[in-house]
Design a protein around this ligand. Structure first.
Ligand SMILES: [Zn+2]
Length: 771
């Protein structure tokens, strides 16, 4: 990480223009520019405007958690019913959305909430909903506050409101007075407390009180230990938690902490991220055996992972984090939402061939609706938390550098105004359709000539970048994954033209049966599948949608074995980029490739694309030419493809297997598969895992059956009964019997001790085979 050294050298001058790390914190490789310095343009601005006109801009009308009169964030000790994470989740992006768009209406509306929060502080420093102070069995639930602090940080960066720093100082004093155990308590706070460490450093850099570093150390030492590895497999916990050691590195100044964050990332992606799009299989948790690209990644995970990568770019100066951020931003984030930003879903999958409202558990860990688009509370956390995805991204396009220059970090059309060199103000306008174009033009505006260094990122996928200044080629360190730097005296009207030639590349996913994915520069390309949108609920203004395929999706690619990338023909749309390039009909680039159907690759009994099988795959179907479009534009998609083979090593694809379990009846929100999903209930009233019930059949005789593929002699059975009394209506049965079958003959199993129906435990019954 070469930039760390140069950052250290420039340490003494770094605080000239922008708030950077105060000693003894290690200097960061890059420094965030104040919010408002960067004006997003082009497709990114259009996405932000869709967000403002869509769900995020109108969530107060849609979400019960965002009603001022009902919120405990607005009235901490009053009537407010709702005081947990939802409001801060939404406000975190909503406020920043107003700031990056300079949208007066949004800024004013966000201010109403922020004013309420700022006036809610108690004498001891605690603020916000009083219920949170005793939210964990009498002890404070500190998680929602972590989110609200992010809201205040952005508000301060944009307004310099003088209330914020004393307010946060007072809160952190209260936090610092808490015993260390408070930072290791609760499921969410314990794992996510790294978020607070970042806020503590932010305040330290702004206000400089040394005890804040003691607080950060205390948090680090008592929260989940992310330095020793990944100990929690919840997808959002990972997406925000894994980075904690790298944040703490700033204080510890030991590179083992930086390495720990990278190692955490590699661990998770190595096991569960073996498909394109930048996310991993965590629906809701990562589960051994569930690693196929049909597994989902939560929308909260997408935006939290992006936020982590943005932080790590600045801390480490390693451009790989910016690459990873772009991969998620271009490919997974747009696909998580309807193109008009009026609905989203909970889970986005690399291979997702129907977005229905059906329950896909236990193939997807979460039961209930996860795939269809809705603006409503069915996706409660993501509905609010998605708000910060694009605004935070827009704030990180450009970064200040410790050598008093600027760095183009994430590419998108924009305009940045910042102080550089001797303190002169410079404006650089960035004109580009990136990632749909390989050219980035930077125009420099200065009142008088000024000397400063300009840095820009060379993405990992780009082998032959080039640059011209005022039409003249400059020699460039062409290394992938590095930063180029040019220092000169810039004059008004100087033009830098960067080119990042994009080519088709094919990635092979060995751990997922040798499937392949196809990239064009930073874009992953997915099979274009015909989409049928059916409204199933909501209102005319806020409809809920299912999307089903109207064309086949079960293709394997026919690739040139020696040079797979040469199998694709690139088609570029001429003319200017449409307002929203993330739609199938407006996708600016597409690829054509030969493919063959794999007839046995079907939806399986869980309503998901069947799991991948080993490539190369045999197919006797005729070759067709199919179209691939950017993944972000494909609401239905195959992104990890089987490869068609010929000759001896091509494998036969095995069709979907029937379920071994069946029953006389199963409630629509439950699943018979719960009997064989391997998930153990904590007690008889455990609602956190899929279950099988005969609800609402009462007083009836019902059956459930398990079929073995081959005859087996069985001598024991274990049952864990579900019973949601006293409030629910499901009871364990009055009595039950067990039957065995040989050919067509059923025989009752004799068991002298009878069959029990006790709750909260496995009931084991041993018996002799009836045959
Ligand atoms: Zn979520």
């Amino acid at each position: 990480m070469p930039l760390l050294a140069s950052a250290a050298e420039a340490n003494t001058k770094r605080e000239l223009f922008y708030v950077a790390n105060r000693p003894p914190l290690a200097p960061s490789a890059f420094i965030k520019l104040p919010i408002g310095s960067i004006k997003p343009q082009g497709w990114l601005r259009a996405q932000l405007e869709l967000e403002a006109n869509g769900m995020t801009g109108h969530l107060e009308e849609i979400s019960k958690w965002c009603k001022f009169e009902d919120s405990a964030w607005a009235s901490p000790s009053g009537q407010g019913k709702f005081g947990w994470e939802e409001l801060p989740y939404w406000l975190k992006g909503y406020g920043d959305l107003g700031y990056v768009l300079n949208d007066e209406k949004i800024i004013k509306e966000a201010r109403k909430w922020i004013d309420a929060v700022l006036s809610s502080q108690e004498p001891d420093g605690f603020f916000g909903p009083r219920a949170n102070k005793i939210g964990l069995e009498g002890k404070p639930d500190l998680w929602p506050h972590m989110v609200m602090l992010n809201v205040l940080q952005s508000f301060y960066e944009y307004t310099h409101d003088e209330r914020v720093l004393p307010f946060m100082t007072k809160y952190f004093r209260w936090l610092n007075s808490r015993p260390g155990e408070d930072f290791g308590r609760g499921y969410w706070p314990k794992i996510r407390f790294g978020d607070n460490i970042e806020s503590v450093y932010w305040l330290y850099n702004h206000a400089g009180e040394p005890w804040l570093l003691d607080l950060a150390k205390k948090i680090h030492e008592h929260m989940e230990n992310w330095t020793s590895g990944v100990h929690n497999w919840h997808n959002v916990n990972i997406a925000q938690g894994f980075r904690e050691p790298a944040v703490y590195y700033l204080q510890a100044r030991d590179e083992k902490f930086l390495r720990a964050a990278e190692r955490n990332y590699e661990t998770v992606m190595g096991l569960y991220g073996q498909f394109p799009g930048g996310g991993f299989a965590g629906d809701e948790n990562c589960r051994p055996g569930y690693t196929d690209p049909r597994q989902g990644f939560e929308t909260c995970g997408i935006v939290e992972f992006m936020h982590s990568f943005e932080m790590l770019t600045k801390i480490s100066g390693d451009p790989i984090w910016a690459d990873r951020c772009e991969e998620l931003a271009f490919n997974s984030l747009p696909a998580a939402l309807t193109p008009d930003w009026k609905g989203l879903h909970y889970l986005t999958c690399a291979n997702q061939v129907a977005l229905d409202k059906n329950d896909h558990a236990p193939a997807i860990e979460n039961g209930g609706t996860m795939f269809s688009y809705s603006p409503f509370e069915v996706y409660r956390c993501c509905q609010h938390n998605v708000s910060h995805g694009w605004p935070y991204y827009a704030e990180e396009l450009w970064l200040a550098t410790p050598d008093r220059g600027l760095c183009a970090s994430l590419y998108a059309a924009s305009e940045v105004t910042a102080n550089v060199g001797d303190g002169a103000s410079v404006t650089v306008s960035e004109e580009t359709d990136y990632p749909f174009s390989d050219t980035v033009v930077l125009r420099v505006s200065v009142a008088k000539p000024v000397k400063f260094p300009l840095h820009w990122r060379i993405p990992g996928w780009c082998a032959r970048p080039s640059a011209k200044v005022n039409g003249k080629s400059i020699s460039l360190n062409p290394k992938r994954l590095s930063y180029a730097r040019i220092e000169r005296e810039w004059k008004d009207g100087d033009i830098v033209m960067l080119r990042f030639p994009m080519g088709v590349t094919v990635r092979r996913w060995q751990k997922n049966h040798n499937a392949v994915s196809v990239d064009y520069g930073p874009l992953t390309c997915s099979l274009r599948i015909g989409e049928e949108w059916t409204r199933y609920g909501g209102t005319d203004a806020w409809p809920e949608w299912e999307v089903r395929p109207t064309t086949a999706w079960n293709y394997g690619l026919v690739l040139n074995q020696r040079d797979p990338a040469s199998s694709f023909a690139l088609v570029k749309k001429s003319g200017s980029l449409g307002a929203n390039p993330f739609k199938p009909e407006t996708a600016p680039v597409s690829l054509q490739v030969k493919a063959k159907k794999i007839p046995a690759w079907k939806m399986d009994r869980f309503g998901l694309a069947g799991k991948l099988q080993d490539s190369p795959v045999k197919s006797d179907e005729p070759a067709e030419v199919v179209t691939l479009i950017p993944m972000g534009a494909a609401r239905l998609r195959i992104s990890a493809f089987p490869v068609i083979g010929s000759g001896g090593n091509a494998r036969e694809w095995t069709g979907p297997q029937p379920s071994p379990v069946s029953a006389s009846h199963c409630f629509g929100h439950d699943t018979v598969e719960a009997m064989i999903d391997g998930l153990e209930p904590k007690n008889s009233n455990d609602h956190s895992i899929p279950r099988f019930t005969w609800w609402d059949h009462r007083g009836t005789a019902e059956w459930a059956q398990y079929d073995f593929t081959k005859p087996r002699e069985v001598s024991a059975v274990e049952v864990f009964w579900f019973d949601d009394g006293p409030n629910g209506g499901c009871r364990a049965p009055q009595s039950w019997k067990l039957f065995g079958r040989r050919r067509e003959s059923w025989k009752p199993v004799e068991n002298t001790s009878g069959f029990g129906t006790r709750l909260d435990r496995w009931m084991a019954h041993h018996f002799r085979c009836p045959f």
